[in-house]
Design a protein around this ligand. Structure first.
Ligand code: 8YV
Length: 335
């Protein structure tokens, strides 16, 4: 008997429960190697499929979209961000794109908060000493002095779901909240967070000790924290980035930390396509920068809920409904 279930191809290994459920609902194919696929490999795998389940490492640009088989109608991204997909080209080709928002908000905000604490309190450095030395000479009054977080000013770039969740946490740690966002939040939200709005990033930077990036990567946010803006940051301030590496000028950041203008940076995302910059690694080894391995949303709970959301999007679509988490090109929003 022919299998009439929707054919899906999933580019990366997902939690077993999710793969099992997908196998029950769909004629699902996976990538057992769990390594990013080249465009040619991806094209070969989606042949005859209705749905592609993609993730951040899959570069789905206009050229690739133009070569997708006619059968493919939905790109269901496993992820909140979808900057790896040319959404405009997909829209023009009649392809629906969906993502998995909300379910990774809290975990990502936890990570931003963790990094915000880790840098001034020298967490990574301190946690490395005893295992590395195998002994400890004991406490001393001037041992491992860090800097206090309470009372500092945090500048949030992008007060969406994740930015707001970070602000809520940061308030509890005694930080004063400033933000710059495309859309100003309603007065009751600002009041609840005691948040000060700035109508430009340039206006916010001189007021804050920490800049945390929570804006999606788009044409207008690419390199938003450029060399000039990094130079305009307060002396001894620092940057936290759990969003996308392209939001900041990594070379300028390295220089700003090396020169001592910034006290450091905590990055969960960084340029790594052609290998991680040796200067960045050097600063991390010197504990001037904290580097974590894109793990802000890496909890089992988030991955399961992301998988569930992908399934819901696919099911709604194949049942003829509008998938709940459709993403549209910028110029089609609200149309
Ligand atoms: C995910 C992320 O782990 O969802 C996002 O936008 O950046 C990540 O934290 C990744 O996208 C999975 O595809």
């Amino acid at each position: 008997m022919t299998d009439r279930r929707p054919r899906i191809f999933v580019t990366r290994h997902l939690p077993t429960q999710i793969e099992t459920r997908m196998t029950t609902l769909f004629a699902a194919e996976f990538n057992p190697a769990d390594t990013p696929l080249s465009s040619e490999e991806l094209l070969a795998r989606v042949e005859g499929c209705d749905v592609l389940v993609s993730s951040i490492n899959d570069r789905i640009d206009a050229a690739l979209i133009a070569r997708f088989p006619k059968s493919l109608r939905l790109i269901a991204q496993f992820g909140n961000g979808f900057d790896n997909i040319d959404v405009e080209a997909a829209y023009a080709a009649g392809l629906i794109v969906t993502n998995t928002p909300s379910v990774l908000t809290e975990d990502t905000a936890d990570m931003a908060m963790m990094l915000m604490l880790a840098l001034p309190r020298r967490l990574v450095e301190g946690a490395g000493i005893i295992p590395r030395e195998g002994r400890w000479s004991g406490w001393a009054p001037t041992w491992m002095l860090g800097r206090r977080l309470r009372g500092k000013a945090l500048g949030i770039v992008g007060m969406g779901r994740i930015g707001t969740a970070v602000a809520e946490r940061a308030r509890t740690f005694g930080l004063n909240i400033h933000y710059y966002s495309r859309d100003r939040r309603p007065p009751q939200v600002e009041e609840a967070l005691s948040a000060t709005y700035h109508d430009s990033l340039d206006a916010m930077l001189p007021h804050v000790d920490i800049v945390s990036l929570h804006t999606p990567l788009t044409r207008s946010t690419q390199n938003i924290l450029n060399a000039e803006r990094l130079a305009a940051m307060r002396k001894d301030s620092f940057v936290v980035n759990v969003s996308r590496p392209e939001l900041l000028d990594e070379q300028a950041l390295i220089k700003a930390v090396e020169s001592g203008h910034l006290s450091g940076a905590a990055l969960d995302v960084f340029e790594s396509r052609n290998g991680i910059d040796p200067c960045l690694l050097d600063l991390a080894r010197k504990n001037r920068i904290v580097l974590t391995a894109h793990m802000a949303s890496a909890t089992l709970e988030a991955r399961l809920e992301m998988g569930e959301t992908v399934i819901v999007n696919i099911r709604a679509f194949v049942d003829g409904h509008q998938p709940p988490h459709r993403v549209l090109p910028e110029n089609r929003k609200g149309v």
